[in-house]
Design a protein around this ligand. Structure first.
Ligand code: BGC
Length: 260
């Protein structure tokens, strides 16, 4: 038996955990305790959809068809998953919107995880009130990016896969790379400097926001970076994706097609 919530629900699908919560969009914060369930060992679309349903039904027992936004760590165009850099390859070609809608019996919004985090930070966090071009980069297992101009998202920017010196940027500059190669903050910052300088030369953002779990240690590496644009830590932490997904789902429920 689920709890009754009238707030839109955001669900964030990650490599190790699937997390969801109803979001109070007036405040930009969770309206109830977040529920986290381990990502199934075999993280096929069907197995993941089961967990997503458990989470959504925990908060909304279907009497209230609140909007649901779901993030995936992949390119998503019109509900279709197109890539699978750090998730099970069987996601490629999956119509995720249809899969979740059939399982949940209601419309859903499916969005790239970094795009959702970017929208969350723009509405309620470090990007709030910023005009012009905002670039959010989440540094985690991979590097996810959200590119937002005057509040409008350019979906699936995928700048974590820029090639620098013949190497996919996320394999050198992600948080995972820092941990697995046991890099010092200084060593990692050199890689970040190279990465963000390249991104900046191409896009000239007005603000760069750094997200992902490592953002809470920003004081160790952000002061070492020298870029044209201000570069700041995300404020919503790991909640950004859930909050942004719920925000986007509500936009769609109101007929505002922020992202197709
Ligand atoms: C994927 C992106 C995703 C990012 C963070 C990258 O490897 O290509 O779609 O946003 O990881 O999960």
């Amino acid at each position: 038996m689920g709890r009754v919530s009238h707030h839109p629900i955001g669900v964030d699908i990650g490599g190790s955990g699937i997390k969801g919560a109803p979001v109070d969009l007036k405040k930009g914060e969770f309206a109830d305790d977040r529920l986290r369930i381990e990502t199934p060992e075999e993280s096929t679309p069907e197995a993941v959809a089961e967990v997503v349903a458990q989470i959504v039904e925990h908060f909304d027992n279907k009497d209230h068809d609140v909007p649901v936004g779901i993030t995936v760590p992949a390119v998503v165009t019109r509900g279709l998953v197109r890539t699978a850099a750090n998730i099970d390859q069987s996601w490629i070609g999956t119509d995720a919107s249809r899969l979740f809608e059939e399982r949940l019996g209601r419309p859903v919004t499916v969005v790239n995880d970094a795009d959702a985090a970017g929208l969350g930070e723009l509405q309620y966090g470090a990007g709030r009130g910023t005009s012009g071009v905002v670039l959010l980069a989440t540094l985690g297992t991979g590097i996810g990016t959200a590119l937002i101009n005057e509040g409008a998202l350019v979906p699936n920017s995928e700048l974590g896969h820029l090639t620098i010196d013949g190497v996919d940027a996320e394999t050198r500059a992600s948080s995972h790379a820092r941990e697995s190669e046991d890099l010092s903050w200084e060593e990692w910052a050199e890689r970040l400097q190279e990465y963000f300088a390249r991104v900046e030369d191409l896009l000239w953002p007005d603000l760069i926001v750094v997200g992902g779990g490592v953002a809470k240690h920003a004081e160790h590496f952000l002061p070492l970076l020298h870029l044209r644009a201000p570069i700041v830590a995300a404020r919503l932490g790991n909640a950004a994706g859930i909050i942004g997904a719920a925000w986007l789902a509500r936009e769609h429920a109101h007929g505002r097609r922020t992202v197709e």
